[in-house]
Ligand binder design. Sequence first.
Ligand code: FPP
Ligand code: MG
Ligand code: MG
Length: 253
Amino acid sequence: MASAIRTDTPDSVVGSRNELRARQMRIAEITEMIHVASLIHDDVLDAADTRRGMDSLNSAVGNKLAALAGDFLLFRAFSAAGSLENTEVVSLLATALNNLVTGELMQMTVTPAQRCSMDYYLQKTYYKTAALISNSCKAVAVLSGQTAEVAGLAYQYGRHLGIVTAPVLFAMEEFPELRGSVEHGFNDPSDVATALEYLAKSQGIERTRLLATEHAKLAARAIDALPEVGNKVALVSRQALKDLAQKLIRRTK
Ligand code: FPP
Ligand code: MG
Ligand code: MG
C-alpha cells in the first residue's frame, strides 16, 4: 500500500523517501505483532493444540506464559506505534485492537438468533479479520500525509480484502432444516456432517464465491480510484494489490 500510494512528487518536496518508507514498514511490523498477539490469545481462549501446523504457544509453555507473551507483544507493538509520534496512526491501530476484542466478544456472547443473522456474522467478521487490515492500510496513508480521500480508499481496499462469508448461512436460506444446528453453534458433532450434506446440495458455496468476488472487485475499484500517478513503482504495486484480492478468492486453505 505504501508503494501504491507513492506520489510523483520529487524527493526534495516529500522529504526523505527512505525515512518515510522505514516508518511505514514500522506500521506493517506493528500490524503483524498485533495479529500474532491476537492469535496467541485466541489459542489460549480456544484451548488450541496447534497453530499453522505447529504446537501452539499455550500447548508448549502453558496458558499463563502464553497470555503474558501475547500481552508483551501488544505492549511492544504500541510502544513502537507511539514512537511514530502520530496520534492519528496510534488511534487507528488502537481502533483495530478494540475491534479485534469486540469481534471476539461478539463471538463469545452470540445468541441463537444472532447466529442465524448474516448481518451479525459479517459485522463480527469485519471486527475479527478485516478491521486490522483496513485500519493498517489507512494508517500507512495517514503517516505519509496523504489526503483524507486517499486514506479512505486505502481503508476500503483493506476492508474488502478482509471480509469473508458464511456458506452455511446461505445454505440455511434454502434449507431451513439447518437452523437448529446453526442456532446451537454445531455443538453436536453429528450437526457438522448434516450441515456438510446440506451445503453440498445448496448454492451456499457458489453464493459465497460470488460475494467474495464482489468484494475483490470493490477492493480493486478502491485501488483504481486512487489519484492518477506516473511512477512505475506505484503502478506495479497497484496491480499487485488487485492481484492479491483475486488470489484470495481462488485460495483453497
Ligand atoms: C482467530 O479466530 C482469532 C482472531 C482473528 C482474533 C482473536 C481476538 C482476540 C482473542 C481478542 C484479543 C486480542 C488481542 C490482540 C488482545 P478463530 O479462533 O475463529 O480462528 P483460528 O483459531 O482457526 O485461526
Ligand atoms: Mg481459534
Ligand atoms: Mg477463536
